[in-house]
Design a protein. Structure first.
Length: 688
């Protein structure tokens, strides 16, 4: 439904937990005790938990296992053997929103893989510094986790007393802030009592250092924990229980998931335009016609003074009365219902298309000169708002956040918008990327079937149709959801071929090639052909891919896939590559193919701009405009979409029987070069 503002992350728990979300209800108060960073001081809590019959969740930074002050793998084995949950916390504890998505994927996935390699089955994840975004949440699901937690959203005076069970967003489970040295037993108990009095739900506690002295801000005394554990153990009779986070989520799932039409056109951590210099933005700032192109842009949470902001705003002296935010979204239709979730400090007012739909602590007035009428600290509220405020098409969301006074030290803002639309077919959760229509292949050719999943999917079935979808033949069944899958095309001729990828668990999730692709018989004597327009793996981020990148043994599974022509700057590319601020001198491409009989001729055509080097199984077979082949060296001359043809020398023989790889490096002539192009055609001929 929503085409702008932020991608909606499906609210569903993955199959490894076996959880199906249901309407929020709380038959009990569930306490989850979590311990971050695998410090050796946390080993003190094991006998305390055992004494009181409780189990906890330990969030592990795998890169620190065995380091001084951190648990060893043997320690973690003992923790797991005692019935506690081992959960993920990345490899090195970075802010996942401050690094590239590829690096974030490595941190999340490799952290989980390390735990699995040591015999653990991590189901939940903890975000370092509680920093996350919709893109990071999607990576957590992709890496195999079922849920993830933040230490935010509970505990403040206006925040909910507990997270719902099951959570509204299992990949951003709200929790209490990390326990600090100043907290007492009564403070810990008060959080549980508050949740009980509010009707129950999930309360996630987070602890770090366990010390009898002062080990820093995030220190908890073991005697305090012992008393707290004992107090919790006897409250089971009144409906308060302690569970690991994974157990709490698994046991919460009973009813069907919410409608697939539920969407979030604005999500936590989205980008907003903002005006923070303390001046009045002028009349009409909250309507669509206002020109906000001069405003800055940043990702939520926005603010200052809390040290947890994704975008730090300026604080004027004295503190500005008002800071302004604007965001446009596009809707296909008017929603049936709409819900607002917002974090703010101190006062707030929200407009949709110029209509005021929500306000807090602005009793003095909404004009620029007025301060907020009351103070609050990172308040959280959820409210249903009138759906009639929205229109089909472009909608303008405008927000003012007000400070309570001239010396107010901090300001916070973030917002999430949820909508339920009239019943319509659900968006696909699986997306076929290749072959996706229009490709020309040869019978017997080995190609990659590639797909994406927007929600966690454990296993997939892949099917093939030669008649435009009238009938289907299995390619692979119950395949682990890891794209791509290498498939050898059948020995048939068709111009109506399609590929289908389905959820193997029987859930109604599938996608089919957008248009037919063709399979033709190979010409006499030709065993393999890579035509122009084929799909290639590519590496375009400007970094050196490392030694052996042109060889058959090199692992290019993390490289993206794209159809040729690949490049940027000319406007005719099928796949547009990224262009860094300073042009990358070298971009890399790889594609595998099969060879059966001995090759008698190999004819190559390449389109390139500016320099090119072509390798077969690590052997250089063709180059143009390159004298230095190192990663950081430029092309020796410029070329504008040049097409060159050559025959590959067969002595020494570069091919092997079975799978081969053709690897290509395209070089720019300089760091200011504005465009890059690549495509390739390879024809191999055997003896008649």
């Amino acid at each position: 439904m929503a085409k702008g503002g932020g991608a909606a992350l499906a609210v569903a728990l993955v199959l490894c937990l076996g959880v199906l979300p249901k309407a929020a209800h709380a038959a009990e108060t569930v306490v989850a005790l979590t311990f971050d960073d695998n410090r050796t001081s946390q080993l003190q809590v094991l006998p305390l938990l055992e004494r009181h019959g409780l189990h906890a969740t330990f969030n592990i930074i795998t890169g620190r296992v065995g380091a001084s002050g951190y648990m060893s793998w043997d320690d973690l084995a003992a923790v797991a053997a005692a019935g506690h949950e081992i959960a993920g916390h990345t490899v090195s504890h970075p802010d996942l929103t401050a690094i590239s998505l590829e690096e974030a994927r490595r941190e999340i996935c490799e952290g989980r893989e390390a735990l699995v390699a040591h015999g653990h089955s991590p189901e939940t994840f903890c975000y370092p510094f509680s920093r996350t975004s919709p893109e990071v949440q999607a990576l957590v699901a992709e890496c195999g986790y079922a849920a993830a937690q933040v230490a935010a959203g509970l505990g403040c005076a206006t925040c909910p007393a507990a997270e719902s069970l099951p959570p509204l967003n299992p990949f951003r489970i709200r929790g209490l802030s990390s326990s600090q040295i100043t907290e007492t037993l009564a403070d810990l108990q008060a959080q549980v009592i508050r949740a009980e009095e509010a009707g129950g739900g999930l309360v996630v506690f987070k602890f770090h250092q366990i010390c009898t002295g002062d080990c820093g801000t995030y220190t908890t005394h073991p005697d305090t924990l012992d008393a707290f554990f004992g107090w919790l153990a006897v409250r089971a009779g009144q409906g308060t229980v302690v569970k690991t986070l994974a157990s709490a989520l698994r046991e919460a799932g009973e009813e069907p998931p919410p409608p697939a039409t539920q969407e979030r056109p604005i999500v936590w951590g989205d980008f907003w335009r903002y005006h923070d210099d303390g001046t009045d933005p002028g009349s009409g700032w909250n309507v669509a016609a206002y020109d906000d192109r001069g405003w800055a842009e940043g990702r939520g949470e926005l603010g200052y003074g809390e040290l947890d902001e994704a975008t730090t705003l300026q604080r004027t002296d004295p503190s500005q009365t008002s800071v302004y935010f604007r965001k446009r979204i596009v809707l296909d239709q008017v929603p049936d219902r709409a819900f607002l979730e917002v974090i703010y400090d101190d006062g707030l007012a929200v407009w949709v298309n110029g209509s005021l739909i929500f306000a807090r602590n602005v009793d003095r007035g909404l004009e620029h000169r007025f301060y907020a009428s009351a103070s609050t600290d990172n308040a959280f509220e959820r409210a249903e708002i009138p759906p009639g405020a929205f229109v089909a098409g472009e909608n303008q969301i405008a927000v003012v956040v007000k400070q309570v006074g001239r010396t107010s030290p901090d300001l916070s803002f973030d917002l999430q918008l949820e909508m339920a639309f009239p019943s319509s077919p659900p968006d696909p959760a699986l997306f076929v990327r290749a072959p996706n229509g229009g490709e020309q292949f040869l019978a017997g050719e080995a190609i990659d079937v590639a797909w994406d999943a927007s929600v966690p999917v454990a296993f997939v079935d892949i099917d093939f149709s030669a008649d435009g979808g009238a009938s289907w033949t299995p390619i692979a069944t119950r395949l682990v959801n890891r794209s791509p899958y290498r498939w050898t095309l059948p020995e048939i001729t068709t111009e109506a071929a399609l590929v289908r990828v389905r959820d193997a668990e029987g859930v109604a999730r599938e996608d089919v090639s957008d248009a037919p692709f063709a399979i033709a018989p190979p010409p006499s004597g030709i065993t393999e052909q890579i035509p122009f327009g084929s799909t290639w793996r590519y590496h375009d981020d400007g970094s050196d891919p490392g030694a052996g990148w042109a060889g058959l043994a090199y692992d290019d599974g993390a490289w993206p896939l794209g159809a040729a022509e690949l490049g940027y700057g000319d406007g005719d590319e099928a796949t547009v590559l990224q262009q860094p601020k300073r042009t990358a001198l070298s971009v890399y491409f790889r594609r595998t193919f099969l060879v059966g009989e001995r090759i008698t001729a190999a004819d190559l055509q390449v389109l390139f701009d500016d320099g090119i080097a072509v390798y077969v199984n690590g052997t250089l077979v063709f180059s143009r405009n390159i004298t230095r082949f190192e990663h950081n060296r430029s092309a020796s001359a410029s070329a504008e979409n040049e097409v060159a043809a050559a025959s590959i020398a067969l002595d020494p023989y570069p091919f092997v029987s079975g799978e081969n790889v053709i690897a290509v490096m395209v070089k720019q002539v300089g760091k200011s070069s504005p465009d890059l192009s690549f495509d390739l055609d390879l024809q191999l001929t055997t003896a008649p």
